[in-house]
Each structure stands twice: as C-alpha cells, then as structure tokens.
Design a protein around this ligand. Structure first.
Ligand code: TXA
Ligand code: MG
Length: 325
C-alpha cells in the first residue's frame, strides 16, 4: 500500500506548522516532527512519555544532505552511507548547528539516517527538511509496524498518521557510532553486523551497554504487557505447559524446529524459520499475544547471526527486568 500524494502533502503541511506526523519507514513507524522546530521536537517526548535526555534520529532525504546536519564526517561514515542508504542504518556523527539540542538530548552528537521507504522519502522530499523521529510507540513499549498499531497506541496525540502499509524489515535500524577512533554498533538492527564488517573490512564491536544514552538499552525496552521468559528451544513446550497448568495464560513462541508440535497453552505463534520473516513479524507477534490476553510469553533466542542478532537483542530486552521509573 502506498500513501496518496495528497496525504504526503498534508503530512508535510502538518510538519511545517509544528505538528506531529506518524509515518512508515522500512523498519518501524516513526513519530516525526520538523527537526528544526524545538517546540515540535519537545512535543514528541511528551506524546511518547520519553525522558527528554534520550536522543532522537534525524531522518533525511538522501546522503547528499548529510553535511547540512552534521560536521566532520569521517571516511568510514561516508562509506557506510554510500553503501547502505537509503536503508536501515543510523550513523552517529558530530552535531551540526542546524540540529537543536532538544533533538539530541543535549548531546553534541546526532543520529542520522535515510529511510528506505517510498512514503518516507516522499514525505522528506515534499517537506524539504529533516524529520526527527523516534519509533511511534509509548516509551518502553513494542514498536509499531503498521499504521493501526500507531493509531491504537497514540490515537489523537498524533496530528496525522500516514499509512504506508506494514513495515518490511520489522525491527529498528542498526545504529553505528562513527565518532570514535573505530566504529562500533550501539544497537543491532536491520543492517547486519556481517554486512557492515564486509564493507569496513574489520570486525565491529557491539556495545550493548554503552555509556551513551541509548533508550533501546534500558533492560525492559520493547516490552509487551505480558511477561517474557526466555528458555532453551527444547524446553519451550514443557515450560509453557507447566506455566499454563499453574494458571497462567501462556503465549508460546514455538521454535521453527518444533513446527506442528501440539502445545497446551493459551496461544501459540510458530516462529518463521527465515530470520527476515521472523524480524518482519516479531513485534506483531508480541502485540498479538497481548491482544489474546496472555500474561506470560515463553520464547527462545534464535542463533545470533545476521538478523538473528537484532531479534535476540529485542527478545532479551522484552524479557528484561521491568523498571518502575
Ligand atoms: O529504525 C529506526 O531507527 C526507527 C525509525 C523510525 O527510523 N527509529 C527508532 O528511533 O528506532 P528510537 O528513538 O526508538 O531509537 C533511536 C535510537 C535510540 O536508541 C537513541 O538513543 C539512539 O537512537 N540515538 C539517537 N541519537 C543518538 C546519539 N547522538 N548517540 C547515540 N545514540 C543515539
Ligand atoms: Mg524506539
């Protein structure tokens, strides 16, 4: 599904007058504001319930606009931008004066990406500026991968929802910090570590606990309402049936190797064998088990290669301790 030109024009108008627009990208839906309008940017934090110290991503229409937003772009960042944009890669670079501190949580660095979605690119071209956007969910919740997820979660708090159909990739962009001497991955995502390493010709560290404020690194991020418990794949069925007998309403992520195995549980999702299909469906599966009233989800981790690294990262965070802060 592609949004109509008139919808894109309406959305661009909303951004110009300081409003908030939810829009599709290839990863997840974003909650966008004019990156150069500090008041509009601040509203994003209110609507999401996100602490203002947590930086946002500035979405731009093409790599040729990069130097309008950042300074001192290292050669590695240029190489990655050339190779992976438009696409699910976010680069952390030194902030240029056009980016207000509201968008960076006060940091002197800024995260930038060019989304690979015709509606997002249409919006960016029509609007003409940068659009700062986090995922269009409330802080700590599962990211939306359809326009209906956004409407259900944010409703009237958003001025306009651009519907571009379901997001193809399904997990957020990979964030690479290129401000240090060697680049490192701050969040695994839609561009695999292997693909980045092949282009850079060197191994990349994954900093899952960085000093940099990355909200995706809070233990309980990407969490559905149901509690998520991770077990070994061969224990999924037994653990699920045990918890169901104890009176839980159990949702099961049945590993692909066990497809067709009967499970006495409240709801069962059979995990796709392809990591691309799993990433595409992941947040929808979590939402669906919530919708069916599960209070406990039993799942296992995929092999942490390719997109499996990002999927395992999100499942771990969904299973992490819930903060009351
Ligand atoms: O795929 C995506 O990246 C989606 C779509 C909408 O583009 N966006 C997204 O935004 O996931 P959000 O706000 O949910 O996550 C952005 C991440 C956060 O973990 C944030 O901390 C990190 O980017 N980030 C932003 N600016 C940063 C900076 N200057 N240094 C380090 N991390 C930064
Ligand atoms: Mg998010």
């Amino acid at each position: 599904m592609t949004a109509r030109t008139s919808d894109i024009e309406k959305a661009a108008g909303v951004l110009r007058t300081g409003g908030l627009v939810a829009f599709p990208t290839e990863t997840v839906y974003g909650l966008g504001a004019n990156a150069e309008d500090p008041a509009a940017v601040s509203r994003i934090f209110q609507v999401k319930g996100r602490p203002p110290s947590h930086p946002l991503i500035v979405h731009i229409g093409g790599a040729e606009h990069l130097d309008d937003w950042v300074e001192d772009v290292p050669a590695t960042a240029r190489l990655l931008a050339e190779r992976f944009w438009p696409g699910p890669l976010t680069l952390v670079l030194r902030r240029g004066p056009r980016v207000p501190l509201e968008a960076t949580g006060g940091l002197q660095t800024v995260a930038v990406r060019v989304p690979d979605h015709p509606v997002a690119l249409g919006l960016l071209a029509t609007f003409g500026g940068g659009v700062t956007a986090p995922s269009a969910n409330r802080f700590g919740q599962v990211s939306p991968t359809t326009a209906n997820h956004v409407r259900a979660e944010l409703g009237d708090a958003v001025d306009f929802v651009l519907d571009g159909g379901p997001c193809q990739v399904g997990v957020e962009s990979t964030i690479v910090d290129t401000t240090g001497e060697i680049p490192s991955i701050l969040r695994p995502g839609g561009v695999t570590r292997e693909a980045l390493e092949a282009v850079l010709g060197c191994p990349l560290a994954v900093h899952s606990t960085s000093r940099i404020r990355v909200p995706g690194q809070h233990p309980s991020h990407y969490a559905p309402r149901a509690r998520v418990v991770l077990v070994e794949p061969e224990k999924v069925v037994a653990e699920a049936e045990f918890a169901q007998e104890l009176g839980h309403r159990v949702g099961v992520f049945l590993p692909p190797s066990l497809t067709g195995t009967p499970v006495k549980a409240h709801a069962v999702v059979t995990v796709p064998g392809s990591m691309a299909a799993y990433a595409h469906g992941l947040y929808g599966f979590l939402r669906e088990l919530d919708r069916q009233g599960c209070d406990l989800i039993i799942a296992s981790l995929p092999v942490e290669e390719g997109l499996g690294l990002a999927i395992a990262n999100r499942l771990r965070r969904a299973a992490g301790p819930r903060s009351t802060a």
